[in-house]
Design a protein around this ligand. Structure first.
Ligand code: GRG
Length: 269
């Protein structure tokens, strides 16, 4: 049977890797995990693996789940009063408003640990898979997501370069994990991995730029501090075209990345 890589398929993989527990924190984890996320990171990971090797490997499934667990933990912690202090997420109460701050902290902690456990449950004898795990956890830590959050909380964003560094880490790091880990799980060679990594960096910045336009009311450190909305959109279109040309220059069918660029340009959430 042909596998359709969609939200339902990702949800199935997430459920397969969720522990059975009646702990109170588990309710908070599930509340945030199944709260209407778009799931594009795991979908990109799975699609990249399939494009590279023709099928979805067991390792790709494990890392797709791990990546969404990490993404969800980061949203829960980002909403906390000590960080972005947001009462709402995806149109409903954020995790700490629904379950209390302590539960939200623990739900995030548990999801990050579940990401490690899930990844370690994959084909660890495969060297490419081990590299993919290391890359994912570098991207989610001080080499990526946590660094992005730190820049957001503690540093000034004065120039386009500052805003780009912020976006490359806060948003781009997990996108890099999606494409790079997907490629590694499919056994891609180093050049392919490097090309996809470059594409992912650009995608991350494009995604954040559109996010800044969507969130123009509340964004504090925003590309809109440096560009008008029209110029910003034009810039995203330009970079999206660059990305599409890079995809066309590769020997795999990367039409899903081109589609992602178009969807990003027209998205409203
Ligand atoms: C707590 C270490 C740590 C990091 C938090 C997630 C985050 C970093 C900040 C949230 C604010 C923000 C604009 C982050 C950029 C990444 C981003 C666009 C997140 C939203 O991702 P989507 O659009 O959300 O995939 P859904 O709801 O679809 O899952």
């Amino acid at each position: 049977m042909k596998t359709k890589i969609d939200v339902a398929y990702v949800d199935e993989i997430l459920k397969e890797n969720l522990p059975k527990s009646h702990d109170k924190v588990m309710y908070a984890m599930e509340y945030s995990l199944f709260g209407g996320g778009k799931r594009f990171r795991p979908m990109l990971l799975l699609a990249t693996c399939k494009a590279v090797c023709g099928r979805i490997t067991d390792g790709a499934k494990k890392l797709a789940a791990a990546l969404e667990f990490i993404h969800t933990y980061s949203l829960i912690h980002d909403d906390l009063p000590c960080m972005d202090n947001d009462d709402m997420r995806r149109g409903r109460r954020s995790c700490h408003i629904q379950y209390g701050e302590a539960s939200a902290v623990l739900a995030g902690d548990a999801l990050l640990n579940l990401a490690f456990e899930t990844a370690l449950g994959g084909p660890m004898t495969n060297a490419d898979y081990r590299k993919a795990c290391a890359f994912m956890f570098r991207m989610s830590g001080i080499g990526g997501l946590v660094h992005g959050q730190s820049l957001d909380l503690f540093e000034e964003t004065r120039t386009v370069e500052d805003a780009t560094e912020l976006a490359e880490n806060k948003t781009g790091a997990l996108l890099r994990a999606a494409l790079v880990c997907g490629a590694m799980c499919g056994g891609a060679d180093e050049q392919t991995v490097a090309q996809l990594d470059e594409i992912a960096r650009k995608l991350g910045v494009c995604y954040q730029m559109i996010d800044d336009i969507i969130d123009s009311q509340k964004c504090e450190k925003s590309f809109l501090d440096m560009y008008t909305e029209r110029d910003l959109r034009e810039h995203v279109e330009l970079v999206s075209n660059e990305i599409k040309r890079s995809c066309d220059g590769m020997k795999f069918d990367l039409s899903f990345i081109k589609e992602f660029c178009d969807r990003n340009l027209s998205r409203t959430k």
